[in-house]
Design a protein around this ligand. Structure first.
Ligand code: ATP
Ligand code: MG
Length: 423
């Protein structure tokens, strides 16, 4: 455990890419991905469920890349990609930043459990840095000969000696992390935050009513983040509108597929049904009647897909169809629960979130929204449920909803391209 590193030793330990990569059969020196997990309050069987889902989701997102080796440690996952180049490992790390349940993603080198090597890498990692620094050490393997604080103190002194940077333990400008494991040590400085939340699939399955607008993609993302695996349902105004809204829905789902993979988009041409509602005298109730029919169709489809809930992008009071009375009238249309994760949010907050998850620019593309077609000049803000039911009776709406659900065309917008065939 000698701390003196003469020039020759340093060279032979051209750490990072060179040290051990070539001379270690066990892959020490290789670049890998270390992830910190959230929701640490989870205990017992919930924790197992969390980890099992997470591992499956990680493997699904890594499809098409070289084979991965996943190792679950306490609150941490390490993913190795033996034999892969650094660029491919970086691509893997990038994909991992979209995995729900992950709080931090770090690209790290696997180092041998040798204090000199670790110190050397830590010192190099602070070259060309400015400002204060701190070293944080952690041992998942308590048999390591130094305690965490001894190791941090030792490495910190070397960094200070080499680069002349001042130590600051609270709120430093730079942090060097050292994590000691059973077979290796990881050293890293920076990371990328993950989305947190729960692994997709852990909370069951839902069906998102997906317009081409700004709100519904954000609603979908929020529910995925709480562990819901979702399918998507879009109503186009076809045959009375062009297919633009379908293209938008397709690219929105493709963008959201990064967060769950395996997404399905169901598209229902809704124009004729809208016309039928109009012919049966919906008038001021046209929009609410349309939205109820959308929900009934979604409920019929959800049953076929074994989805337990619907998700919409409604926000209280945002537009006239979203007054409290109207939302209540929408709830009355179906038995299945409707989740509205944006109900208490402002439009500006929703837009900020849409920008962050990469859907805003797509939502802002022009299209012909089926909802504004056949819209009356006056919209009822306090729809009465008996009036709505009466319109629906004239139409035999249950059959119509079943028919529409059956007419849905399915697409599979995949962010990472077609899945590679299973080995
Ligand atoms: P969005 O930005 O999501 O379009 P919005 O503010 O425009 O929402 P509405 O048009 O009243 O509000 O729609 C409310 C919700 O109804 C949407 O968030 C979506 O869940 C659902 N919805 C509306 N239009 C459609 C559609 N054409 N296809 C599928 N779902 C729709
Ligand atoms: Mg809309």
């Amino acid at each position: 455990m000698s701390a003196s590193l003469d020039a020759a030793t340093v060279q032979s330990r051209e750490v990072g890419a060179n040290v051990a990569e070539s001379d270690s059969p066990r892959g020490l020196g290789e670049l890998c991905v270390l992830m910190k997990l959230g929701e640490i309050v989870l205990k017992g069987s919930n924790r197992q469920l969390f980890e099992r889902r997470l591992h499956n989701n990680i493997r699904a997102a890594a499809r098409g890349l070289s084979q991965i080796k996943l190792s679950q440690r306490k609150g941490v996952i390490v993913i190795r990609m033996p034999g892969a180049g650094d660029l491919e490992v970086a691509e893997l790390a990038e994909r991992m930043t979209a995995i729900m349940g992950v709080v931090w993603v770090h690209l790290v080198r696997r180092l041998p459990k040798d204090v000199d090597v670790v110190t050397d890498v830590a010192v190099r990692s602070m070259a060309e840095r400015e400002g204060t620094f701190a070293v944080r050490a952690r041992r998942r393997d308590k048999r390591f000969p130094m305690t965490s604080s001894e190791l941090a103190g030792y490495v910190g002194a070397k960094v200070q000696e080499t680069h002349g940077l001042p130590v600051k333990l609270k709120h430093p400008d730079n942090t060097v992390f050292i994590e000691v494991d059973k077979d290796e040590v990881f050293v890293f400085t920076d990371g990328t935050p993950g989305p947190g939340g729960l692994p997709v699939g852990m909370s069951g399955r839902g069906l998102v009513l997906m317009s081409g607008g700004i709100d519904s993609p954000v609603a979908a993302h929020r529910m995925m983040r709480r562990g819901l695996k979702v399918d998507f349902l879009h109503f186009s105004g076809m045959p009375f509108t062009g297919p633009e809204s379908v293209y938008k829905a397709y690219s929105l789902v493709r963008q959201l597929d990064r967060f769950q993979t395996g997404s399905r988009l169901f598209v229902v041409p809704f124009g004729k049904a809208q016309q039928q509602l109009k012919s049966s005298g919906a008038e001021r109730l046209q929009i609410i009647a349309q939205r109820r029919l959308m929900l009934k169709t979604a409920e019929a489809l959800a049953e076929r897909l074994a989805a337990e809930t619907l998700v919409t992008g409604d926000a209280l009071g945002q537009v006239s169809s979203q007054t409290l009375t109207n939302i209540t009238a929408l709830d009355d249309a179906v038995d299945v629960p409707i989740l509205r994760p944006l109900v208490g949010m402002d439009k500006t907050e929703i837009m900020t979130e849409a920008r962050r998850i990469g859907t805003l620019a797509i939502s802002e593309l022009p299209d012909e929204d089926c909802c504004t077609m056949l819209t009356p000049r006056q919209v009822e803000t306090a729809a009465k449920i008996p009036d709505l039911r009466q319109i629906e009776r004239r139409l035999d709406v249950a059959d119509l909803a079943e028919h529409l659900a059956g007419a849905a065309q399915v697409h599979k917008p995949s962010f990472y391209g077609a899945a590679a065939p299973a080995a």
